[in-house]
Design a protein around this ligand. Structure first.
Ligand SMILES: NC(=O)c1ccc[n+]([C@@H]2O[C@H](COP(=O)([O-])OP(=O)(O)OC[C@H]3O[C@@H](n4cnc5c(N)ncnc54)[C@H](OP(=O)(O)O)[C@@H]3O)[C@@H](O)[C@H]2O)c1
Length: 244
């Protein structure tokens, strides 16, 4: 018997067009879940979709910071046994340069979207009793890095939200947890875009990783655990992964 079976479960994964969300989608489908995946880039989302095992999956391209697109997604969703909130952005920004626009952009997708999406799914009665909700946080909420103030703050807010969500949903046995991941080798971190972590900050950061930096598959394993009944007695927690 597969303790991590997701047979009969329907799970939404945001940010499934890249990195951790892409890997999680493949892993969860291998364990029998029917998935609803979403992302902004149609080609990469389609690529994830084509790599899923099993049947009954659906996909929708959407920029979730667009409220209409988010509402369309909620409307299209079936009843869910799980939500994996992977969509997010990072961006180095020294505190003295942080503007209102920066705050809006970072908190928009990293905090407002998962909170708004979760609330709307609950209000539309699309979240089943005993469902599991998972948010992606970062080790940087505990261990600051240069330029990470906004990113870390947006994820710390999510951790606080998740704990209250766990409390408020416990009467329906709905669980809410966070993964506090260390550095994971994904396009968010390694592509040479100016939005990504600067080389110097990266070098400092790497020294903190006795187990090395993570692979998306390492995080996908934990996501599988939290979506499965193997974690049915765990709620309101934040699992630290890969950190010291
Ligand atoms: N990589 C790490 O070291 C690390 C560590 C700790 C936590 N995390 C968190 O883990 C999550 C996944 O990160 P990752 O490394 O897999 O990053 P990634 O490869 O850059 O993937 C980010 C995903 O978020 C989606 N996304 C971004 N903005 C969006 C928007 N406005 N609307 C809808 N989707 C949007 C992207 O869609 P498109 O690509 O289609 O635009 C993509 O699918 C993030 O929340 C991140 O903060 C990452």
């Amino acid at each position: 018997m597969d303790d991590f079976s997701l047979q009969g479960k329907t799970i939404l994964i945001t940010g499934a067009s890249s990195g951790i969300g892409h890997e999680a989608a493949k892993r969860l489908s291998r364990h029998g879940a029917a998935l609803f995946i979403t992302g902004r880039d149609e080609t990469r989302l389609q690529e994830t979709f084509s790599q899923l095992d099993g049947t009954g999956h659906r996909m929708m391209v959407a920029d979730l910071t667009d409220e209409n697109a988010l509402n369309e997604l909620v409307k299209a969703l079936p009843e869910l046994h799980g939500i994996v909130h992977c969509a997010g952005i990072v961006g180095p920004l020294p505190v003295k340069h942080i503007s209102r626009d920066d705050i809006h952009r970072m908190f928009g997708i990293n905090f407002m979207v998962p909170v708004d999406l979760t609330g709307k799914i609950i209000r539309k009665k699309k979240l089943l009793d005993r469902a599991s909700i998972l948010f992606m946080s970062t080790i940087a909420t505990r261990n600051p890095y240069f330029g990470g103030a906004l990113y870390s703050a947006s994820k710390a807010a999510l951790e606080a939200y998740s704990k209250t969500l766990a409390l408020e949903m416990v009467n329906r046995q709905i669980r809410s947890n966070c993964l506090m991941a260390g550095l994971v080798d994904t396009p968010m971190i390694v592509s040479p875009s100016e939005d990504n972590m600067q080389a110097e900050a990266m070098e400092r950061y790497l020294k903190r990783y006795p187990l090395g930096i993570g692979e998306p598959a390492d995080v996908a394993g934990a996501i599988l655990f939290f979506m499965s009944d193997a974690s049915k007695w765990i709620s309101g927690t934040t699992l630290i992964m890969g950190g010291e």
